[in-house]
Ligand binder design. Structure first.
Ligand code: ATP
Ligand code: MG
Ligand code: MG
Length: 550
């Protein structure tokens, strides 16, 4: 398929189709509903749904709900929302590992009857010790040679709820001396007296991930079970179970590299702690690497998908630079986002040769990258706001912005020259006095005179107050925890959120459009849902790398 991308996974699928092993791939995305999806999951979603689309197959959404203790409906709903947000559709193929509990149980009895599984009464501690080490073979459990009858009886009584949590487990009987720890009689079932969100109290016996996963794949007719590299060592067990059970199909497991991103933690355990301990405002805090957080931050799904495509499907783990993600966001928003003017830290400007109480309407281009975006009208008047950072009383040579005696362009307005300053009692500049050149309307002078600096500004009569939330990395270290004995939370960035009382042009206050905008010279922003009719709130999605060269 010429439309399909090039990577080792797609090469395998292409070869399998050519060899007649399958007509089209059937894949699955199997989240555990114990938290919100994050950027790492997006990589797996784009891969699984992406190859299904490209090769004319299908991708299932399967909730891996084998651990009732940590799973919640809120997460189940959020996961579906987020997969859809990325633009993918499971087309009716929504499944749960819990759908298969009865079949999985029957297959466990099948293993017992074949002498390939046994009930072990050892304590978790004893089991850990007898498993051995990488250099030392494990010790067989004293219960390993129980008869089929005794195993069946005990397993059925486990299901009936006769024993407390942790009293017994069911283990596969494989090889206690295997060089692969996963093959040393892995646990298939554990006792857990807990209410499951879907099966309620029907079960007090739950399958482990290793046992449930491959068998769920086989039941659903998955052809390519794509998972991250840490499951490479589990593959022999995956295959052993498929070989030893009466499964209706034989899926194969393939591993790809997990996404690791600088300044970012992609572990649900850590993300859960961040939420629980109030380091962030919730799962969708705009600083969170969750898909819900990215949406609230204003990151378009297209930008995230572009990023995933750019990093590719490597077979080895690596750390991806967060800057690459920002590149994809800017690249998309540069074309898509309308331009608006906002002043984050306002400084008053009075145009001395502009008549009091008079205004002039000026056209402002909505998006120089998109001619169809048209123009809007802004007003120029005697009192304006500019950015405090755009003025220096004693400026170095290359400061092309406002300083006494220097001419600058006010975007879409006029050339103005700073003629003086007004200071408060503390000696701080609180107002600039300027003159404008009436011949430079729109920002060009008829005599071809050049100015180096072009500033954004607001008409004081029209400016609307807004809260602007400036975000930085949630962690101050590119590899959080690496310099503090693994204490990730020691690396939390105390300056990850700065809130400023800003002013914005009226076009930004009207309506309640969540679409991203560019605040000229400042970055890309989007309206937060905390906005109220009188007070819009904006989140900074990402800054601009460069200010205008013009
Ligand atoms: P965590 O370790 O944070 O709990 P998980 O892998 O257990 O994450 P799941 O809900 O089981 O979370 O993940 C669903 C799918 O997403 C799995 O197939 C998993 O391999 C994949 N996935 C999770 N994190 C990443 C990541 N950082 N990069 C690529 N794929 C990932
Ligand atoms: Mg997990
Ligand atoms: Mg998992």
């Amino acid at each position: 398929d010429a439309a399909a991308g090039q990577d080792f996974i797609r090469d395998i699928i292409r070869a399998d189709i050519a060899a007649g092993k399958c007509t089209a791939p059937v894949t699955r995305f199997p989240p555990e509903p114990n938290g919100y999806l994050h950027i790492g999951h997006a990589k797996s979603i784009c891969l699984n749904f992406g190859v299904a689309e490209e090769f004319g197959g299908r991708c299932h959404l399967r909730f891996d709900d084998t651990n009732p203790v940590k799973e919640e409906q809120e997460f189940i709903d959020a996961i579906q929302r987020d997969v859809r947000w990325l633009g993918f559709d499971w087309g009716g193929h929504l499944y749960h590992a819990s759908d298969y509990f009865e079949t999985l149980y029957e297959w466990a009895e099948h293993l017992i009857k074949a002498g390939k599984a046994y009930v072990d009464d050892q304590s978790p501690e004893e089991m850990r010790k007898s498993r051995g080490t990488l250099t030392e073979a494990g010790t067989p459990s004293p219960y390993r040679d129980r008869s089929v009858e005794e195993n069946l009886d005990l397993f059925r009584r486990m299901r009936a709820g006769e024993f407390p949590n942790g009293a017994r487990v069911l283990r596969a009987k494989i090889d206690m001396a295997s060089g692969n720890m996963n093959m040393r009689d892995p646990t298939l079932y554990r006792i857990l007296h807990a209410t499951h969100p879907r099966t309620g109290d029907a079960w007090c016996l739950y399958p482990t991930y290793d046992y449930a996963h491959g068998q769920s794949d086989a039941i659903e007719g998955i052809t390519h079970s794509l998972c991250t590299l840490e499951f490479e060592d589990h593959r022999p067990l995956y295959e052993w179970l498929i070989e030893n059970l009466p499964v209706p199909s034989k899926p194969r497991q393939y591993e790809f590299a997990r996404l690791n991103l600088s300044y970012t933690v992609l572990s649900k355990r850590v993300l859960t702690t961040l939420v629980r301990d109030g380091h962030v405002s919730g799962w969708d805090d705009p600083r969170m690497p969750t898909l819900a957080g990215l949406q609230r931050r204003g990151v378009p799904a297209e930008a995230l998908k572009d990023f995933i495509k750019r990093i590719g499907m490597a077979r080895a783990n690596s750390l991806v630079d967060f800057g690459m993600f920002e590149f994809s966001i800017r690249d998309f928003l540069n074309k898509a986002a309308p331009r608006r003017m906002a002043v984050l830290r306002p400084l008053k400007v009075v145009i001395e040769n502009w008549p009091e109480g008079e205004f002039e309407e000026l056209p402002a281009v909505n998006n120089p990258e998109d001619p169809e975006a048209g123009t809007r009208t802004i007003r120029f008047g005697r009192e304006l706001w500019v950015e405090q950072d755009d003025f220096m009383e004693e400026a170095p040579k290359k400061f092309y912005r406002l300083t006494p005696g220097q001419e600058v362009r006010l975007r879409y307005g006029y050339f103005v020259t700073c003629t003086g300053v007004v200071k408060n009692e503390a000696g701080e500049v609180v107002e600039l006095r300027c003159t404008y050149d009436p011949a430079t309307r729109g920002g060009d002078s008829p005599d071809g005179r050049k100015v180096r600096g072009t500033l954004h500004w607001l008409c004081a009569a029209d400016a609307v107050p807004a809260e602007v939330r400036l975000y930085d990395h949630l962690f101050a270290n590119p590899t959080p925890g690496s310099e503090s004995d693994g204490d990730i939370f020691a690396d939390l960035n105390p300056k990850s959120l700065e809130v400023v009382e800003a002013l914005v042009e009226p076009a930004l206050a009207a309506g309640n459009d969540p679409a991203p905008v560019q605040f000229e010279r400042l970055g890309y922003f989007c309206r937060d849902r905390d906005s109220t009719p009188g007070k819009p709130v904006f989140n900074r999605t990402v800054g601009l790398r460069d200010t205008w060269a013009k």
